[in-house]
Design a protein around this ligand. Structure first.
Ligand code: A2R
Length: 321
């Protein structure tokens, strides 16, 4: 008898074929009447696979009395209530590490694209503006600029390392100082006032909710650039739109938004903004590695009771492979 699992959100063909080999997979997207499905199947569901965006809604968690493991396809797990997991002895896992390089690459890409006006200049050529009106206006260099990183964990450290190549002067803000050579700020607003670029790369959730507020954006200033590859919730989005409209903040490169898949329409008209649809880890290579780790956590748990990458809150519950 295969263990039964619920799949929330999509999965790649590769993930599905691995999951189907080991589990009887129920797909939430194919369930029309959840209550009817739950009365027939919920007791048998011991595993859930989900992603960072969908997480597990409280009503779904509550409907699965024998749930033992939630495997999240993504490093951010703020859409999973880990307090409930710990109280119920459910192990949650995620996919840290394997996406560091590509998320860092997108942060650098957004910095370069916003500073070098990539979107404007691409249009300059395509629209015939170049031939009609001559050279595009000058842009700004990222070489030797001051960069403040909010969150210096696995990904933040990778961003810093990559920016060293551009000669950037790197500082960071976290709750605890790290053993690194970069300048530490214990106050985010002070760091924002000292840098040209502020890059957000913390987890989402209550601890980081709207950390980048009006004051921080004002401190970054009319020549400053905000890059967000963390979560939309880390930035006060209404204040961000106002700050850009009023010129109190100069530029923004944004991969994440408060109400995905919707982004504020006011941003669509702005030439000083570069937008991507939460694709920082969305390369074929990285998504394959994330998918493999998501499935390996599930298989390992059912084969020998261990997992590879529990979320920190559940580490005490988990035997680690
Ligand atoms: O504060 P610390 O010392 O725990 O440092 C962590 C920092 N961080 C914060 N910094 C300032 N204020 C906070 N309230 C706060 N909460 C956390 O964020 C640490 O340096 C960093 C998180 O690093 P990791 O746990 O290694 O996460 P990773 O793999 O870098 O991914 C970060 C996030 C994901 O959670 C997704 O939301 C996104 O990147 O893709």
């Amino acid at each position: 008898m295969k263990p039964e699992m619920l799949l929330i959100g999509g999965a790649t063909e590769r993930m599905l074929s691995k999951m189907n080999a080991v589990f009887q997979v129920h797909m939430l997207s194919e369930i029309e009447d959840f209550d009817a499905w739950a009365s027939a199947h919920a007791e048998k569901i011991t595993a859930v696979a989900t992603n960072g965006h969908d997480g597990v809604k409280p009503e779904i968690m509550a409907a699965l009395p024998n749930l033992k493991i939630i495997s999240c396809y993504g490093v951010g797990y703020d859409a999973i209530d880990t307090g409930v997991c710990v109280a119920r002895g459910i192990i949650a896992t995620h996919t840290p590490g394997v996406l560091n390089a590509d998320v860092a690459n997108l942060a650098v890409l957004l910095m370069l694209a916003s500073s070098r006006c990539l979107i404007r200049d691409d249009l300059w050529v395509r629209s015939g503006n170049w031939a009609k009106n001559g050279n595009a206006p000058l842009t700004r260099s990222i070489e030797n600029k001051k960069v403040g990183i909010l969150g210096l964990g696995r990904i933040g450290a990778e961003i810093a390392r990559k920016l060293e190549v551009f000669g950037c002067d790197i500082s960071y803000h976290t709750r605890t100082q790290k053993e690194v050579a970069y300048t530490y700020y214990d106050d985010l607003e002070t760091m924002a006032s000292d840098v040209d670029y502020l890059i957000a790369i913390t987890p989402g959730g209550p601890a980081t909710h709207k950390l980048i507020n009006r004051e921080v954006m004002n401190a970054l200033g009319s020549e400053g650039t905000l890059i967000n590859v963390a979560r939309g919730s880390v930035v006060d989005e209404q204040e961000l739109v106002l700050a850009l409209q009023e010129g109190r903040l100069g530029f923004a490169g944004l991969d994440v938004f408060e109400h995905e898949p919707n982004a504020p329409e006011a941003l669509f008209e702005m030439e000083n903004v570069v937008l991507t649809p939460h694709t920082a880890s969305a390369t074929i290579e990285t998504r394959q590695a994330m998918g493999d780790l998501t499935v390996e956590n599930l298989i390992s748990f059912f084969e020998n009771g261990t997992v590879i990458s529990p979320v920190p809150e559940c580490a005490d519950l988990a035997s680690i492979a």
